[in-house]
Design a protein around this ligand. Structure first.
Ligand SMILES: [Zn+2]
Ligand SMILES: [Zn+2]
Length: 309
């Protein structure tokens, strides 16, 4: 009797286990194939929402506002870590909030989505690029994590230069190398903010808005990218609200102006003309990209459900 029960129990366990396995394979098989095959992240360094998306007095981002009708805008998107350039960017690229030196002398603690991509696909480095207007962003290409250090680093073209030069280089790289995963950075809203030049600060927000449009137009014109590219437009940080510290001149604390940034996402798998008010943050971008491109990923953030259903 006893051995009969034991045998029956074992049979039950085996049946349950095989049912579990079946469920898992069903989940995997039912995962939709995303149309997204390429990803470009644009980071605009340090505009405040009050001069971009929520400006009540003037229009500084007409192109992005128009592009928003073709994509998903996140109304409550945050940098919940250190609101400086290097830490903000490493949150985007490593999916973790960590404070690293802001002069580029310190590598991120964890490997980046670029390294994950190149190690997963074993594609040559020129299939992934970091292009930017601040030389120090080169540190985003590698990590202190010894398991990854010096491995699978993307190609880097970062220099202290004008955004007008960076957009030309970015378009040239897209054309010449057809990268599959890239980050393109523009610095001037931050630069002119620190310079306490209100008019040039706003003019540079308008200029970056035109560069964003140029990249989107390029994506639409190149058969390699058209209808298969996800574009994420975001920021490393904002700037102090008026009345806090130096106001628009500075950033780096936890005030709403520094933390509350923007994300606009366009791509073949995303809804159009949608505003999402749920709260997301920079660390959710890398897991979202990993899911779109079918890569494994471990980090603090989660894939953004409105983008990867
Ligand atoms: Zn700054
Ligand atoms: Zn602040």
């Amino acid at each position: 009797m006893r051995s009969y029960h034991l045998g029956l129990n074992l049979l039950c366990i085996i049946l349950v286990l095989s049912a579990c396995n079946q469920d898992e394979s069903i989940v995997q098989q039912s995962t939709p194939n995303f149309l997204t095959k390429k990803v470009i992240i644009i980071s605009i360094d340090g505009p405040r929402l009050t001069e971009s998306w929520t400006s009540a007095t003037e229009e500084n981002i007409p192109n992005q506002r128009n592009m928003a009708t073709q994509g998903v805008f996140f109304d409550n998107f945050y940098n919940e870590g250190t609101t400086k350039t290097m830490s903000g960017h490493s949150a985007i690229t490593t999916g973790r909030y960590e404070t690293i030196a802001n002069d580029g002398s310190e590598l991120p603690f964890h490997h980046s989505i670029f390294q994950q991509f190149l190690s997963t696909t074993l594609l040559p480095p020129e299939k992934s690029w970091i292009i930017g207007s601040k030389a120090k962003l080169a540190a985003l290409g590698d990590t202190k994590d010894l398991d990854w250090r010096g491995s699978f680093s993307p190609r880097i073209d970062t220099e202290d230069r004008a955004d007008a030069e960076t957009i030309l280089i970015a378009l040239q790289v897209l054309k010449e190398y057809s990268p599959i995963l890239s980050l393109i950075h523009f610095k001037e809203p931050d630069t002119y903010g620190h310079a306490n030049n209100w008019e040039k600060y706003k003019a540079s927000i308008r200029a970056t808005d035109e560069y964003v449009q140029e990249i989107w137009d390029y994506i639409q014109s190149d058969p390699f990218y058209r209808d298969q590219t996800a574009l994420f437009i975001t920021n490393d940080h904002g700037r102090h609200l008026d009345g806090i510290g130096t106001g628009f001149v500075g950033h780096g604390d936890k005030c709403e102006g520094c933390r509350h940034i923007s994300l606009l996402a366009l791509g073949p798998d995303f809804d159009k003309n949608k505003i999402v008010s749920d709260t997301y943050g920079q660390i959710d971008i890398a897991p979202t990209i990993a899911k779109l491109l079918g890569m494994e990923w471990e980090g603090e953030g989660e894939p953004i459900t409105e983008l990867v259903k």
